[in-house]
Design a protein around this ligand. Structure first.
Ligand code: DX5
Ligand code: ZN
Length: 216
């Protein structure tokens, strides 16, 4: 499976978001990760479909919309219509057996997300519905946090489970990923690497992404 680097625009300079996206695209990003927060499911607010619609006009890269919101089923269609390519929803927020098929039916890739405190057993029954699984390695809500202990082992356990069930589903990781530690995530079994501060807070995006790509 091709390893993919997904800069999270949460750590970009929002006063020049268009330029920031063009810069990471030019620097070799594979996917643009867009963090959607509602102030309820997580204690922070970010953006909604109008921003995604604007981003759609300036990049051809897949837009990976990570919905950290309550009642995500109410927002699948608006995000799809705004131009989302991938939409991921939390196992803590909805019935994945209903929402993942809803996402796929609209032609988007459907992601199942799990938070650090949630045991993998809660996710296992729904893996079959997912095009990818997003393992949070920080508690969602903010960029620039340190990795929660035990989450690398969680990726490895999930990977083993998927292999044992013959499920060829990529694992995305989100939270605390940097060029210096990305190897550990790859070793644990991750395929798609979200990185916010690990890219946008570095001086040379191309150099950082190249370094990440060489490491994984
Ligand atoms: C956190 C978000 C992440 C965030 C990661 O709730 O889901 O995508 O941007 O930021 P870093 O890479 O700085 O930990
Ligand atoms: Zn995210």
């Amino acid at each position: 499976m091709k390893k993919q680097i997904a800069p999270s625009i949460l750590s970009a300079d929002f006063s020049k978001l268009g330029e920031e996206i063009r810069a990471v695209e030019k620097a070799g990003a594979d996917v643009i990760h867009v963090d959607i927060m509602d102030g309820h499911f997580v204690p922070n607010l970010t953006m909604g479909p109008p921003i995604v619609k604007s981003l759609r006009k300036i990049t051809t890269l897949p837009l990976d919309c990570h919905l950290m919101i309550e009642n995500p089923e109410d927002f699948i269609l608006p995000f799809k219509e705004a131009g989302a390519d991938w939409i991921s929803v939390h196992v803590e927020a909805c019935d994945l057996s209903k929402v993942l098929p809803m996402i796929k039916k609209l032609g988007c890739k459907a992601g199942a997300v799990i938070n650090p405190p949630t045991p993998l057993e809660k996710l296992f029954p729904f893996c079959q519905y997912a095009d990818f699984i997003l393992v949070m390695t920080v508690n969602p809500g903010f960029g620039g946090q340190a990795i929660v202990e035990g989450t690398l082992e969680k990726i490895a356990t999930l990977k083993k489970y998927l292999v044992s069930k013959n499920l060829n589903i990529p694992i995305e990781v989100d939270g605390g990923v940097k060029a210096e530690n990305i190897a550990a995530f790859a070793k644990a079994g991750a395929d798609i690497f979200v990185s916010g501060s690990g890219i946008f807070k570095t001086p040379d995006y191309a150099r950082t992404i190249q370094q990440m790509r060489q490491t994984v």
